[in-house]
Design a protein around this ligand. Structure first.
Ligand code: SF4
Length: 342
């Protein structure tokens, strides 16, 4: 039961985030979020460590006493917060982000014109402790060469390898199944399929081949949707400190160009002439790491800014940063436009 002399605290992993028109509480443990009005955000971010509930109510001129009672009880009932008479042992979540991985994620694009050494690229990414590798295949390419190159990753520390094939390659279930069996960390997606579905190819295994009717083009734009937001400790801490989409990411396009992201225009080198490790040390390459949503126009007013993973390039105009490929969410009206594809 609530006592006005008590303090109300959110759990340290329940993070209130304010947007221009609406706010939310991210629950980093449960990977979910709760939308709340901005007025409640203001109440929740008053200093609850110093002020008890009685004081908090008085800060709002006792205009919202009943609403505050109901909101706090709702948050307690739904495990976002708790009452305590002694808040001093409780601490806010430290916001420091660190990762042992020099590269956290990478996209490597291949088409039939690609002339760079794929095996060597995979070896370089492995040495950089890359965690997530996405391989995009665009054309009728010689699959034997790709599979041969993948062998160097069998003993790598890369955690997840996503392999995107076009449906027109018409790889049989047998071939796909063999890839899955031979490479347990590979997740296969066949794009441009007739229908979106998941096919289980191995008995007694949760591993599936994903088919999607979406196309993957060289300049495919990102899809932004509330379904695709990521609520997690790692994502939050990275997004508070960095551009979560571009931080410690390196991409190789189908010509071997080294970029922050495959669809960006800026090229920092080519794997035929440069080592990836050297390029990612350059200050101009790392510049985008630090352009986090908190300093980008529109995103800084969006309550989804610590869960939205965007690979868009960022440009500076009139002393302000802007995403080149922005989404269709309007934080000033709290509405999504009809299409949520950028
Ligand atoms: S791109 Fe920016 S404005 Fe759009 S959803 Fe992500 S953080 Fe919000």
């Amino acid at each position: 039961m609530m006592n006005n002399e008590d303090h109300f605290l959110l759990f340290s992993t329940c993070i209130p985030v304010k947007g221009h028109e609406s706010s939310l509480i991210m629950d980093l443990d449960k990977s979910e979020y709760l939308e709340i009005p901005n007025e409640l955000y203001d109440i929740l971010t008053s200093d609850h460590f110093t002020h008890n509930i009685k004081k908090i109510k008085s800060l709002f001129n006792n205009d919202y006493d009943e609403g505050i009672n109901q909101y706090f009880q709702f948050l307690v009932d739904n495990h976002y917060g708790f009452y305590t008479s002694n808040p001093s042992p409780f601490q806010k979540l430290p916001l420091h982000f660190d990762s042992p991985h020099k590269i956290i994620s990478s996209v490597v694009a291949i088409n039939k014109e690609s002339k760079y050494d794929l095996t060597n690229v995979f070896q370089q990414l492995d040495k950089l402790d890359c965690q997530l590798l996405q391989i995009r295949i665009y054309d009728h390419i010689e699959m034997g060469e790709v599979i041969e190159a993948l062998k160097v990753l069998k003993k790598s520390s890369i955690r997840i390898i996503e392999l995107y094939f076009p449906a027109f390659l018409k790889l049989s279930d047998e071939v796909l199944k063999k890839i899955i069996v031979d490479f347990p960390r590979i997740l296969i997606t066949v794009y441009g399929a007739q229908e979106s579905k998941k096919n289980s190819v191995l008995k007694n295994s949760s591993r599936v081949i994903r088919y999607t009717d979406q196309q993957l083009l060289y300049d495919s734009k990102e899809v932004y949707s509330t379904d695709l937001f990521t609520v997690s400790h790692e994502m939050y801490l990275e997004a508070v400190n960095y551009n979560a989409g571009l931080h410690r990411k390196v991409c190789i396009d189908h010509e071997g160009n080294i970029k922050n992201y495959v669809s960006h225009n800026t090229i920092f080198g080519n794997v035929k002439d440069n080592l990836i490790a050297e390029i990612i040390q350059k200050e101009e390459f790392k510049e985008k790491y630090y352009l986090k949503n908190d300093i980008i126009e529109k995103c800084k007013d969006c309550q989804f800014r610590y869960m939205c993973l965007s690979n868009s390039d960022v440009e500076k105009k009139d002393e302000n940063y802007h995403k080149i490929d922005t989404c269709t969410y309007n934080p000033y009206k709290n509405t999504w436009d009809q299409s949520n594809t950028i």
